[in-house]
Ligand binder design. Structure first.
Ligand code: F6R
Ligand code: MG
Ligand code: MG
Length: 366
């Protein structure tokens, strides 16, 4: 029997601004899944990253299961009721449609799923990020799956000798899923040419070319393409299987020590360094900085262990200090140049109105 891992996450309200959900909201979400999900899932785990709540389900119903998606949707609806009762900020923020229609894709919540035959031991990582978008994972995934400077297994392990296949989505295309498949290492330069553009081209999945197994799955939703206006950044989740024929846990974590600049931060409209944080961290400085947490699990017969907190180690304190410095440095230049996103990526419409008014005031001299 195959195991499916489904992570479905949404921001359904938080305390003190877009900071973190309340304890009561988290309780409600846990109680709801415990009661209604008992017969559907083999196991589950719930955590938050900033203002987003992620539901990790282990089950045997396959990817895109209507029952699992319905469970997630109903859980978020039940949570939204509590968020409204408590007067939480942004209650129901990511539930963009009024009713469920078979799959949460396109309704607001972000989804990452994978189905596989469990190995005798099946370690995997579940990442959740806040105040950024799915392109934030492009660089770390490129480095840990295609660069022997970060993944020593590409040199040392025969089981990774053939490299990996990248499935990349053009997220600016809204008529359907526009995908391209490229092989590392042969097509490295093509992969890099796409992945440099984090706002448009996003890794959706990675497969091993040694055994054709799924290794990584990323949520690729672009909320602003669904809603047609700003509704919050996409705050992506990701699943990565590790060890054996796949990168080691440490090889997947390694590139997160860069604290690379990603889109998001305040009002989803700035560039900020991605800070690796502990599970269940909140948001602070300038509604950021953009954060990512990593849960390391094993799954066996559909049952999850407790997670090890991948970034809870003295090494990452040093990284967090370095990233704090990078965040302070870029914030020193406020709205200027590289600190803010380009006009087309700004998440707030107000500036469009402002520019229209200013356009009318321009005069061309002879
Ligand atoms: C970014 C984010 C926050 C809000 C900001 C203003 O993803 O969630 O930075 O954009 O706090 O929020 P509103 O417009 O809700 O007052
Ligand atoms: Mg929010
Ligand atoms: Mg969020």
């Amino acid at each position: 029997m195959k195991t499916t891992l489904s992570v479905i996450k949404a921001d359904i309200g938080s305390i003190g601004g877009h900071i973190r959900p309340s304890e009561r909201l988290l309780e409600e979400v846990k109680n709801y899944v415990t009661t209604k999900g008992r017969s559907l899932v083999t196991d589950f785990y719930i955590s938050h990253t900033g203002d987003d709540i992620a539901l990790l389900f282990a089950h045997s119903l396959g990817k895109g299961s209507e029952k699992i998606h319905q469970l997630a949707w109903d859980t978020f609806v039940a949570g939204t009721k509590v968020a409204k009762d408590q007067g939480l900020y942004g209650a129901g923020q990511d539930l963009l449609k009024d009713s469920f229609s078979g799959n949460v894709r396109g309704l607001g919540p972000a989804v990452a799923e994978m189905e596989f035959q469990e190995r005798p031991n099946e370690p995997f990582l579940f990442f959740a990020a806040d105040k950024t978008d799915p392109g934030a994972y492009n660089l770390p995934l490129y480095l840990s799956f295609a660069d022997p400077m970060y993944n020593s297994g590409l040199i040392l392990s025969p089981s990774m000798s053939k490299g990996f296949r990248f499935v990349i989505m053009d997220v600016s295309y809204t008529e359907g899923d526009r995908l391209i498949e490229l092989n590392a290492p042969e097509e490295l330069y093509d992969i890099a040419a796409l992945l440099r553009d984090n706002q448009r081209f996003v890794i959706e999945a990675i497969y091993s070319r040694n055994n054709e197994e799924i290794v990584a799955s990323v949520s690729t939703t672009r909320l602003h393409n669904i809603a047609g206006k700003y509704t919050g950044k996409d705050d992506p989740v990701m699943l990565v299987r590790v060890q054996g024929a796949f990168p080691a846990t440490g090889e997947v974590l390694a590139p997160f020590n860069i604290g690379h600049y990603v889109a998001g931060f305040m009002r989803g409209s700035h560039n900020g360094p991605l800070m690796p944080v502990r599970i269940n961290s909140s948001i602070s400085y300038f509604d950021g900085p953009p954060v990512v947490c990593g849960h390391a699990f094993c799954v066996h017969d559909g049952k999850l262990t407790e997670p090890a907190d991948a970034f809870d180690h003295p090494y990452w304190d040093y990284v967090r200090n370095k990233v704090s410095q990078k965040a302070t440095d870029i914030r020193a230049q406020g709205f200027s140049g590289a600190a803010m996103l380009s006009y087309s990526e700004l998440e707030y419409g107000g500036i469009v109105e402002k520019m229209k008014k200013l356009e009318a005031k321009f005069k061309v001299g002879l």
